[in-house]
Ligand binder design. Sequence first.
Ligand code: NOJ
Length: 703
Amino acid sequence: MTNLTEPYIDALLGQMTLNEKIGQLNQYNGSDRLDTDLIRQGKAGSLLNADGPLTGQGQSDSGSAEQRNYYQRIALESRLKIPLIFGRDVIHGYRTVFPIPLGQAAAFNPGLTEQAAAVAAKEASADGFKWAFSPMIDIARDPRWGRVAEGSGEDPYLASILAASAVRGMQGDDMAQPDRIVACAKHFVGYGAAEGGRDYEGGEISEPTLRDIYLPPYESAVKAGVGTIMSAFIDLNGTPVTAERRLLTGVLRGEWGFEGFVVSDWASVAELVQHGVAEDRARAAALALHAGVDMDMVSKAYLETLAASVRTGSVPVEEIDEAVRRILRIKQRAGLFDRPFTDPTRYTTEVLTPESRQIARQFARESMVLLKNRNDILPLHGFRRIMVTGNYVHARGEMFGTWSPDGRAENVTPLDQALKEAAPKDTELWFVPETDAAMKAAQRVDAVVIVLGEHPSRSGENANVSSLLLPPGQAELVDAMVNTGKPVVLVVFAGRPLAIMHQVSQVDAVLYAWHPGIEGGPALGDILFGAYSPSGRLPITFPRATGQVPIYYNHKNPGRPINSEQGFHSRYIDLQSSPLFPFGFGLGYTTFRYANLTLSSQALRGKVEVCAEVTNTGGRAGKELVQLYVRDLVGSLTRPVRELKGFQQVEIQPGETRRVSFIINEEMLAFTRGDGTKGIEPGCFHVWIAPDSSSGLRGEFEI
Ligand code: NOJ
């Protein structure tokens, strides 16, 4: 229960009937078929999407602020005139579509994450939305799961930093400002642990792993002031999270002091019946409300059952009051009581501006990861005639990736055109998407670029795969091109790490482009022709084969570790144990040497400073992502073999040496110990300053 004094909300709550209170807890999917009388009667707290007859008719062309204003006018005709809050899935941009979140994470650039989120907030709010169901901050260790595309990958430290950046970008210092919106961190919690990578399946996560791996991004979002949290669909350790009071109330509110409201995921309140923890919708509603779910997304179980449950005494009205209070609090902080409507003219000037597109281009460039570059074939130079082949040759909307309902393909420069614009004048580009034609044409060109990968619908919600190999037919295209004997550059567009071990061995260069968004084509041109030296790094481990997943860098050591002397040890008999590419890995167009690791002291007293020198040993300037890892050698519970604790992106000129330093303090080394408490344990630690999670310079200190 909150200690906040909120006279305005108290007064409002005091006037509300039970039905009006329950109305606030209810979110509808707005559409042509929505019965607007429900809004007028105060039976709606929020609309999701909120399309309707006016959508696309007004000044704003993609969804229409007028449509949202129309619903809002109806809400203000209700007895207590409580405004609606309009929510939407604004996951990686609105009209300006940025790289998918997994690609954004590869940029390791919190500032850019914040800028992009601010652009998304400005555009969505100009279209009448005051609430975005993002950031998605679920840790994912299994790329078969389609929603790996929507998060920041496998590392809790990186995900926590980016979660806070996204929240700040959307909400700003004051979410009541017209160009800011309320963020929603989702899907609390453990959603990424879906068994077998099958979306909606449950997971078993031990308490220490939950606390040290899956919860930190949420705590970070709460510290950054996130207004709302969405509960996960899944069954976690035997309790569907939507019914899990220990987490939704105990951890979120009790331990972290979260003051905002929790919304269920789509119909997940009613789905408690399918989970088998509630015999009917009334019980499901009672369980979810008691657990701490304040708003029911679309299932109507609250709307239809709570009043009767209050009357029979199975739901205390105080629980309803508390949920209403939290929702009204966020509506008030979002400024909806003072400014319920959106000025529709904003849309014509604030959406898809040249500045937003510039941020999108920079983000797309920084998200792409160069995985291989034999003989420095990239950037492309000295080739007079280059053929571009593969299913992405003419790509436009395909570059958006999952969750881009407001992006428009016609706003994307087609990939072929973008590459033509980027190529030097004396380079001839041939675009030949079909394999047979490409095989013939290959004879007459000097190099081949293959642009292939996953269609956006192959990743995202419920788009899970059982095989991480390239989609059917694509490996054959690579074989055919490699057989021509020409130098081959492979560009992969995808929503997940794919198992491309064979292709990596075949071709000269591999650039992993994810789904890069609206400026994907120009950004790719910048990289292929050398205007930008790749700086992206993998935010998730790349497996050699599907059977290797889950595979992640911050794993524990078994008693018989990988590569140990002992004959029987952790391994596959048919596959090398190491990943294809480790977390944190990525190349650029120059090289760096790490040297002279020093520690300010061999013993950590309060803090210790770790430094190393990084020299650009190549021929051009470049950005290096310098990473800090630690390992706690002995613990009351087993500890990860490495944990990321810091990173810095440094721009270094050819021949220049930069001293990079990190501070390690005790708080950074705290973990969930054997007795369940969080803290440090004395002993010896290893520390690395490293270019990725599998290499680097190592030092030691003690606590
Ligand atoms: C279900 C998804 O799991 C969630 O991420 C999304 O925000 C809601 N649907 C609303 O579309």
